[in-house]
Ligand binder design. Structure first.
Ligand code: ATP
Ligand code: MG
Length: 516
């Protein structure tokens, strides 16, 4: 019974003669195919049954013949146009976000993603260079099974039929590795043997299900731990111009944080910087518990976009395992620029400062994916760098980022120029979750230090020219007396680690004896 219908085709393909099907008694009354039995090549018992068998036999033979004639079904379209970055394809219907590829004559292939359509034409954005693509080249939907782990090796490939988006490896196998935006290793440690994969874009989480930000995340940097305390699940922006110490600060956090896993997305930065960040700033001990996704400036726009989404997907997978993740994205601005490149290429009109509206929709979509999981689950705390070109804080991306993030740390060029590192401008920076996660005592100390710091900087010109007379302003007197200590407190060398408790003790020591 169990063999019925199952091995019949295989037997025949191997030259075994088709067995005769015999019906049971119930079959004559009202047959169901499950009741057919294979009994070898026995002759039928009666003519009446023989006729019935013969019809089944013929029917199955016909079906087999048809199956032999048809070719395996593969959906293919053709490239009809390629201008600049975008390819147009006809004859293939795929949902937005699907992955597809164009095989080239030399055996390589150009992978692409469906980013739009215009009536019957699909707009495809390539993941790499398009050299070698010819007019009329075939386009195939990417076989999503390719990207899956082996069946006896990991999770079952349970998918909806329409899910044709790219799935990339995630999970512990990536720790200590450097990959590109498509999940290919960039280091020389061989193939990534991941047992899990995840789509690049996850479904948004119900905001009411998220655990609130209640615990402090130690980032190992004194000025942040004490003055701009960051909570687990918080999303911070690091606003700065070029060359004021963003990478070094992020690297220090990656090395010294108490988070379980660090995911670093290096998006649209110079290629040279990637190597430098990994080797000099992160170092071997930092890399061991990190995953680095690098999509440098010369990578295709889609790759840069994908790199940011991939880094987020990796962080999500660790969060789902209950880990506390620190996600570092350098930079959010370059992510927005990649989206701008794609949107303009497919014909979206530019709006604010050349950025099309979809950019401002993509930014919150990316940022909202991180944060805390449900209660009892892990968390993703994120730092996004935002470039403020020419130190212009009014840049539309900086503006949008400030609105969607839970705080911002501003790095000041003048501090960096005076050798004050990390060049955090305490006055302009804010952590919006700080008052929920710190003690009132801690908040008072932080406020006092901010007050002294700002009073000093406002009066710096007077003090420098000797126009200030001691005794005329009590707070300024305190600020002047403690200035050197405060300055030293806010500075930190690359090789120095400062935990939360140490930072707080140091803060209390600097302000010792002052009324709060
Ligand atoms: N904590 C620190 N201690 C000492 N020097 C530092 C520190 N932070 C940054 N610097 C100095 O500042 C320089 C620039 O830092 P970094 O490369 O991190 O800047 P960046 O903002 O990432 O630059 P870019 O915009 O080019 O990416 C470093 O080469 C280093 O000399
Ligand atoms: Mg940098």
């Amino acid at each position: 019974m169990s063999q019925a219908g199952l091995n019949q085709f295989d037997l025949d393909r191997q030259g075994v003669e088709l067995p005769v099907l015999e019906t049971t008694e119930s079959d004559v009354l009202g047959p169901g195919i499950s009741e057919l039995e294979i009994t070898g090549i026995d002759l039928p018992k009666s003519d009446k049954k023989n006729l019935h068998q013969q019809r089944w036999h013929d029917h199955i033979r016909d079906c087999k013949e048809i199956l032999r004639l048809v070719e395996p079904l593969e959906i293919a379209g053709r490239i009809t146009k390629l201008t600049g970055l975008v390819m147009e394809a006809t004859g293939i219907k795929l949902p937005i976000g699907s992955a597809c590829y164009v095989p080239l004559d030399d055996g390589r292939r150009v992978e692409a993603e469906v980013v739009g359509f215009d009536s019957e034409r699909l707009l495809l954005m390539p993941q790499s260079g398009v050299e070698g693509v010819m007019p009329g080249a075939k386009v195939f939907a990417l076989d999503v099974a390719d990207a899956l782990p082996k069946p006896n090796h990991g999770q079952p490939p349970r998918r909806r039929g329409t899910d044709r988006a790219r799935h990339l490896p995630v999970g512990a196998a990536l720790l200590g590795r450097v990959v590109d935006g498509a999940g290919n290793p960039l280091d020389d440690l061989g193939k990534i043997d991941a047992t899990q994969s995840a789509p690049l874009n996850s479904r948004p989480m119900n905001p009411l299900m998220r655990a609130p930000i209640e615990e402090i995340l130690d980032v190992g940097v004194r000025a942040i731990n004490s003055m701009l305390t960051v909570g687990r699940g918080q999303r911070m922006g690091l606003f700065a111009g070029s060359g004021v110490g963003k990478s070094v600060l992020l690297g220090m956090m990656a090395r010294y944080t108490t988070a379980d896993v660090i995911v670093v997305g290096l998006i649209g930065e110079r290629g040279r910087e990637v190597k430098e960040f990994i080797e000099q700033i992160l170092g071997p001990e930092g890399l061991a518990r990190s995953v680095v996704v690098a999509a440098p400036a010369d990578a295709a726009a889609l790759m840069r976009l994908q790199g940011a989404n991939y880094a987020t997907a990796i962080a999500e997978s660790f969060r789902d395992e209950g880990k506390n993740v620190l996600l570092i994205m350098d930079s959010l601005t370059r992510y927005a620029m990649a989206q701008r490149e794609i949107a303009l290429a497919i014909g979206e009109p530019p709006a604010t400062k050349g950025y099309p509206p979809s950019v401002f929709a993509k930014l919150p979509a990316l940022v909202e994916r991180v944060g805390n999981g449900r209660r009892g689950e892990g968390s993703i705390t994120a730092f996004y760098t935002v470039l403020t070109e020419g130190d212009d804080q009014q840049d539309p991306i900086a503006d949008a980022a400030r609105a969607i993030l839970d705080g911002h740390i501003v790095l000041s060029r003048s501090l960096a120029e005076s050798g004050h590192y990390p060049a955090i401008d305490i006055e302009q920076s804010i952590s919006r979750a700080m008052h929920n996660i710190t003690s009132p005592e801690h908040q008072k100390l932080a406020r006092k230090l901010k007050q002294l710091n700002s009073r000093y900087s406002r009066s710096i010109d007077l003090i420098n020219v000797g126009a200030y007379e001691a005794g005329s302003d009590a707070v300024l007197d305190q600020a002047i007396a403690r200035h050197d200590n405060i300055d030293a407190f806010l500075q930190q060398d690359i090789s120095e680690q400062a935990g939360v408790d140490d930072s707080l003790n140091h803060l209390a020591y600097v302000l010792e004896g002052l009324a709060l």
